[in-house]
Design a protein around this ligand. Structure first.
Ligand SMILES: Cc1cc2nc3c(=O)[nH]c(=O)nc-3n(C[C@H](O)[C@H](O)[C@H](O)COP(=O)(O)OP(=O)(O)OC[C@H]3O[C@@H](n4cnc5c(N)ncnc54)[C@H](O)[C@@H]3O)c2cc1C
Length: 507
């Protein structure tokens, strides 16, 4: 099985990369563990930033300044400048391929304010922005005959003797067979790692950091793993996200006494800490959008009303919505340069699994959808160019013997239930590697993760069937999560000073 550009992951970043590679005239293949329409990109609600100035004054310079301020000195100004300058083109391109953005009365793309932004800058499709973008990109890929193979799980990257990447070792979830997919270049677009916080996360269950763990095993450098963004408004019982657009449209945060206690539109790290501090005092915290009125809520925030009713049993038109801050977005990831090239030859990365140095220590709401479109397309172009530079014929590829973890798993004893351990890791991380961090607790968490890694051979899987063995894929994800947890704690311990979403408190 050979192709020019192999893409792992069919969220917004992977699909944008595929379309750009196809336009460059090379063979493209996408492999994904879920169907594209189940990828987390579909969950994005609030919008995508671009300084279009459609509803009030705005400028690309203001977008750059807001992004850099929120990043707390950890972003690369050139990369931020590039992303923000490309934003109007990125929205125009999405519009041209059929994304149905909401419109102003005079027919322009509508925009709303999200936290940390000095102007209404997020372009949106009601509160279904990611869903509309993903479905349009997927339609476009099908129309352009991009080959997409679903239910294929990345096990490891295939590497040549010199370490360069020449494909991927894949588990076909449908058949249980292991497949070797060779390529001239590989793009990882596998999403973030917020599910290491298990039920304290807004993310889809697929956000287990698989691509990051595989890249690390292939010796790729990671960057900024300590920076995990906590979103202020996860529903209290389920952690389901209530979009920042609810505050952007004028919603308040109040405590049990009905008092507002923070600037609702400050950057997410500040608002999350303010919520955390209220809760430490024994207060409950609520989102209040009742004053916006039923008609406005139904027109502009229909999904938020539905989610609150369904998962918290409250109707935001009449009730306060109980919330808590939960893990939402991971700024850290595989280090890439401005061509999306990782530190390993032939390996590219884009989207939430990559660190393009545009979010630094704290991402601005609306900048992730922007990033996956701008840098997703860049990654597709760069990986295609790489295939032209490669002067070796495909038959020259010889793969370094790849460790086949699957064989080892068959020998594991299954004395310990890894599902229980996965839950306990979520609790551990939320308490000890969470919104506020302390040195002693970080060291305790480090010890616990090391311990769990050693216990892996006593966990294993009960289900031995070959086809659709979700017990096996969930175990493989758990192993990746432990590798990612280790990288997060090591990066966290290496940074004494507070910075953005990484907030250290003295003992
Ligand atoms: C509830 C919610 C709301 C959000 N709202 C906004 C918003 O309004 N604005 C904004 O800018 N951002 C928002 N975000 C963030 C944004 O949606 C994500 O950062 C972005 O969509 C990530 O896109 P991606 O393509 O990198 O990854 P994903 O969309 O997560 O796609 C990852 C892909 O990789 C595949 N994959 C993973 N592991 C493997 C493996 N082992 N083998 C094969 N395939 C694999 C998955 O199946 C999937 O297809 C929101 C996030 C959430 C959770």
């Amino acid at each position: 099985m050979k192709t020019d550009v192999l893409i792992i992951g069919a969220g917004g970043a992977g699909l944008c990369a595929a379309l750009a590679a196809k336009e460059a005239g090379v063979d493209v293949k996408i492999l994904t563990k879920e169907y594209p329409t189940r990828s987390q990109t579909c969950m994005a609600q609030g919008g995508m930033n671009a300084a279009l100035a459609n509803v009030s004054e705005d400028s690309i310079e203001a977008h750059i300044a807001n992004t850099l301020k929120s990043a707390h000195g950890e972003a690369d100004e050139e990369a931020v400048r590039y992303m923000c300058s490309e934003a109007p083109n990125a929205v125009a391109w999405l519009d041209s391929i059929g994304v149905c953005f909401s419109r102003t009365k005079d027919g322009k793309i509508a925009q709303r304010t999200l936290g940390g932004a000095s102007a209404p800058r997020a372009c949106y499709a009601q509160d279904y922005t990611g869903l509309k973008i993903l479905h349009t990109l997927y339609d476009r890929c099908l129309q352009k005959d991009v080959e997409i193979l679903n239910e294929r799980f990345l096990l490891d990257l295939l590497q040549k003797e010199d370490g360069s990447v020449c494909g991927a070792l894949i588990l076909n979830i449908r058949t249980g067979e292991v497949e070797h997919h060779f390529a001239k270049s590989v793009i990882l677009a596998t999403g973030g790692y917020s599910r290491i916080y298990d039920k304290y996360s807004t993310n889809s269950t697929a956000s287990t950091g698989d691509g990051i763990a595989a890249a690390k095993r292939a010796d790729a450098k990671l960057l900024g793993m300590e920076f995990v963004q906590f979103h202020p408004t996860g529903l209290k019982n389920s952690s389901i996200l209530i979009s920042e657009s609810a505050r952007g449209e004028g919603g308040y945060l109040v405590n049990s006494k009905g008092e507002r206690f923070t600037n609702e539109l400050a950057p997410r790290d500040e608002v999350s800490r303010a919520i955390n501090a209220e809760m430490q005092k024994g207060e409950e915290v609520f989102l209040d959008i009742r004053h916006l009125g039923e008609q406005f809520i139904d027109e502009n925030l229909p999904q938020e009303r539905k989610l609150a009713k369904l998962y918290e049993n409250v109707d935001p038109v009449y009730d306060l919505v109980p919330i808590k801050a939960v893990a939402h977005y991971t700024m850290g990831g595989i280090e890439v340069d401005n061509k999306s090239q990782t530190s390993v030859n032939g390996l590219f990365a884009c989207g939430e699994c990559a660190n393009h140095k545009v979010h630094g220590a704290n991402r601005l709401g609306g900048n992730s959808l922007l990033e996956i479109v701008v840098f997703g397309r860049e990654a597709g172009k760069s990986a295609s160019n790489f295939t032209f530079c490669d002067d070796k014929s495909r038959s020259d590829y010889e793969c370094k013997k790849s460790e086949n973890f699957l064989n080892a798993v068959k020998e594991f004893t299954n004395e310990i239930n890894f599902y229980e351990k996965r839950e306990s890791v979520g609790e551990l991380f939320y308490k000890k590697v969470g919104i506020v961090r302390r040195q002693r607790e970080l060291l305790e968490a480090q010890k616990e993760i090391e311990n769990l890694k050693e216990l892996l051979p006593m966990m294993g899987v009960k289900d031995t069937k070959k086809i659709y063995n979700t017990n096996l894929t969930e175990f493989l994800e758990f192993r990746n999560m432990l590798d990612v947890c280790k990288a997060v704690i090591n990066a966290t311990l290496a940074r004494d000073e507070s910075c953005g979403a990484h907030y250290m408190e003295a003992e």
